[in-house]
Design a protein around this ligand. Structure first.
Ligand code: G3P
Ligand code: MG
Length: 262
């Protein structure tokens, strides 16, 4: 039996904003998810050159902006003038890199729950974690309380911060202790329990491809929330839920309805 309270958030999230249906990490993507009933989203936050967090997955601009250069070489204002929609499709030409602050205000105002993945460029782990926590605390100021990072105290509307980088999670906690955090891994490591506890994380986020039935049950028995990325098959999603997985993000927002789990 799990000792943790039930997962208090939506169980199906759009990955990178709008999954595969829109350019990743944009406001347009979150709107596309919203049109399909998605009120929960995962996206990636990275520091611009002036230490302002923006939505970005890669540390370089080649793939989504089709230009050469590092994200850290440009200010947030410069990045906000860059087209990151055209690579996806004609419909999204002109879509810009949003700041985390603008994105969170959009989410808060549209009642969309965000799982913010802190995605530091190498060497910027602590700075990114602290900046993401600071901006989140500004936007959700009246909803954050000192114990809000405890599973039995989390507020369902307050974002969950997640990261592969322990240093980012530690810095986020030092900056704003009341924000809940999740530790991201590719494979569940043998010492997952100790590390999740050391990082004071409420959840473990893992690649569903490597997760086993036994691991899922062990994690749930320990009272840790379990999140999977990136699940694009309804059949696989059903299996994961049958193992006790609490939630997942998907690129297939056209094939998996947000109420899938209900
Ligand atoms: O948050 C989980 C998932 O987004 C991790 O993979 O590379 O899409 O950020 P990635
Ligand atoms: Mg991500």
């Amino acid at each position: 039996m799990s000792r943790a309270p039930a997962w208090p958030y939506p169980r199906v999230l759009a990955h990178r904003g709008g999954g595969a249906l829109a350019p990743e990490n944009t406001i347009a993507a979150i709107r596309v998810g919203l049109e399909r009933g998605y009120r929960a989203v995962e996206f990636d936050a990275m520091l611009a050159g002036d230490d302002v967090p923006v939505l970005m997955h890669d540390p370089t601009l080649e793939r989504t902006a089709l230009i050469v250069g590092a994200v850290s070489e440009r200010s947030a204002a410069e990045l906000e003038r860059i087209d990151v929609g055209g690579w996806h499709s004609e419909r999204f030409v002109g879509e810009r890199v949003p700041t985390l602050q603008r994105t969170l205000r959009f989410c808060r105002d549209h009642d969309i729950w965000p799982n913010i993945e802190i995605k530091p460029a190498p060497g910027f782990e602590a700075a990114t974690g602290a900046a993401v926590a600071r901006v989140t605390a500004e936007v959700y100021a009246e909803m954050i309380f000192p114990d809000g990072d405890r599973a039995d105290h989390v507020a369902p509307r307050v974002p969950l911060l997640s990261s592969f980088a322990p240093a980012a999670l530690i810095a986020a906690r030092e900056e704003v202790p009341g924000l809940p955090r999740g530790w991201l891994v590719d494979r569940v490591p043998p010492r997952w329990r100790e590390e999740t506890a050391r990082l004071n994380c409420v959840s473990l986020h893992t690649n569903h491809r490597h997760l086993t039935d036994n691991q899922a049950h062990e994690i749930k028995r320990a009272g840790t929330w379990l999140f999977c990325y990136t699940v694009n098959s309804p059949q696989r999603a059903r299996t994961l839920f049958s193992w006790g997985v609490d939630a997942f993000c998907t690129d297939a927002i056209d094939r998996i309805h947000p109420d899938f789990a209900v």
